[in-house]
Design a protein around this ligand. Structure first.
Ligand SMILES: [Zn+2]
Ligand SMILES: [Zn+2]
Length: 272
């Protein structure tokens, strides 16, 4: 089993457990490997819209993060494959800054994820998954729930097509994150056509998908990102699906893995 989406204490909204605690828990769970994908520092000039301004790693900690991962990667190499990565935000309007960051940092990374957490609406950015209240403010601002879904999917689609250079991440993070609070905001319109249109562009850019278990334990979500029928569609299209716990604490490693394994058996050669 491989976990391609793991956070650390370098992320200010996570827990304070040391990286070794994640690795040792991974070994206990029988992981063959794991990629640490801390939230990359946000681009200069972008103001983190969440109240605590803690969405991502601070820039001055990046070097230490990579140094520490390089040393544990060697230390544990006989027990587990540790890969060095980042979860990079795609923020509309900050493509150049993001490309410059990737050009500089990419050579030190083994693997990474490109994710959309921030949506630009009415000239300002909102963190889509911060809270049901922030989500409600997006629905108000855009006039309907469907408009939020459409803005989310068009932003993820823009991330898929964005020219972010040779170190652009190869995997799209949790591509139905817009459903994090869907039990409070039930959709009365068809979603799968929007999702499959996005998957077409993921397929044509030869990217893979973060098959993310975190939503399964979120009370207002209760489903993986993507949800099961969307995963089936992606698998039929031949898109590689890479499991990710999105753990922000060692105890959250393997989140949703058993459920995903029971409900969904990917046929693709690269699925883990
Ligand atoms: Zn996080
Ligand atoms: Zn994320």
């Amino acid at each position: 089993m491989y976990d391609g989406h793991v956070h650390t204490s370098y992320c200010p909204h996570g827990s304070t457990h040391p990286i070794r605690a994640y690795i040792e828990q991974g070994i206990r769970l029988g992981y063959k490997g794991m990629t640490f994908t801390e939230h990359a520092p946000l681009p200069e000039g972008f103001t983190d819209p969440v109240p605590e301004q803690d969405s991502a790693m601070k820039k001055h900690r990046l070097e230490q993060y990579i140094d520490e991962l390089q040393s544990v990667k060697k230390e544990y190499r006989d027990d587990i494959a540790v890969r060095i990565g980042l979860e990079v935000d795609y923020i509309q309007g900050f493509e150049q800054e993001t490309k410059a960051f990737l050009d500089e940092t990419g050579p030190m990374l083994d693997d990474s994820i490109l994710s959309v957490h921030f949506l630009k609406a009415g000239g300002q950015y909102t963190c889509l998954d911060y809270s049901p209240d922030s989500f409600a403010s997006l629905v108000d601002q855009l006039g309907s729930l469907e408009a939020v879904y459409d803005l989310y999917f068009s932003t993820v689609s823009a991330s898929v097509k964005a020219g972010l250079g040779k170190y652009k991440p190869k995997r799209i993070g949790h591509p139905t994150l817009v459903r994090k609070f869907h039990k409070r905001f039930p959709a009365s319109f068809p979603i799968l056509p929007k999702v499959t249109a996005l998957f077409e562009s993921i397929k044509s850019e030869n990217l893979s998908i973060d098959m993310n278990g975190a939503g399964l334990i979120k009370p207002l979500c209760g489903e993986s990102y993507p949800y099961f029928s969307a995963l089936e569609a992606a698998d039929k299209m031949g898109i590689p699906l890479i499991y990710g716990s999105d753990a922000h604490a060692p105890s959250k490693l393997a989140t949703g893995a058993v459920t995903l394994h029971k409900r969904f058996q990917p046929a693709g050669p690269e699925a883990q």
